[in-house]
Design a protein around this ligand. Sequence first.
Ligand SMILES: C[S@@+](CC[C@H](N)C(=O)[O-])C[C@H]1O[C@@H](n2cnc3c(N)ncnc32)[C@H](O)[C@@H]1O
Length: 295
Amino acid sequence: MKRIQDLWCEAVSGPLRRLRALLIAGTIVAQILVVIAAILAARRLGPVHAVAMALLVSCALTLSLVAILLLGRLSAKLNDTRALAMLQGWIAERGWRIRDFFLDGASADASLCLLVAKVLSLRPRRILELGSGQTTKLVWNYCRDEPGAEAVSLEHNAAWSRVLDQYLRPAIPNHVVRVAPLERRTWSGPRGKEVTSEWYGVNDLGDGYDVVLIDGPNGSRNYSRSGIVPQLPKLLAPSFVIIVDDAERYGEIMTLGLIESTLQGAGRKYVRWEANGLKRQVVFATPDRGFLVHS
Ligand SMILES: C[S@@+](CC[C@H](N)C(=O)[O-])C[C@H]1O[C@@H](n2cnc3c(N)ncnc32)[C@H](O)[C@@H]1O
């Protein structure tokens, strides 16, 4: 069952989310004021008139709330459509033929893939991807074109990995998908708080990653996908970009806080920004990559 905080995060996800959060909160407050006003007016106008007026105003407020929510989803879809057009142009420009590039369901959406494309166009050297899928096809194509780059994609689901494998052919030495079952790990968070999360059963990832894409394993309610956090400072190259997908969800929002305090604790300077389609991606990057905010 969804919690209040999950529903709230869902309602305000997408473009202009701060404005929408304000409008939604304002509408809820206005509904409460209408009830109070109706109770006060009942003495003067009589209960029938007061209730009728309150119902009328309340209906108008509810309709405007529905309109705000629907317009939010519509503008998110428009953002995704715009991202898809740019992404297709970028893929065509590189001459990549990507089969079955379906950006729906559990897959990455166009806005995430476009972010990945923009980061790949900066020619990173070492890429770590958590959770494999459509973005892995982009990473594999990139590694094929750039033999000097290396990428590791971690995947927990062996059956899905077998399906995806047929799209990552021929095998290339500089891209590996490592299939590893998930383990529950408990660790001490930045302020001494105990955090339990799932992590792929691997310990030897090395270091020096200039791109880390956090889009797996499947989300959890609290501190979703935070298993990478204890390893983050060590994994990162001096110049890095971290992309966190599904950052509209409460569990991922909790993890964003952990990532920030971990980076701050390790004295790593960063800029943070976000991309909003139907899903939200939050990006942390060293200031030398900060221009991506405007790209
Ligand atoms: C959010 S998805 C990872 C998405 C990935 N970055 C992508 O581009 O599709 C998290 C997990 O969902 C599973 N998954 C991804 N795409 C899938 C698909 N098309 N069908 C079934 N499972 C999928 C994989 O196990 C993956 O690790």
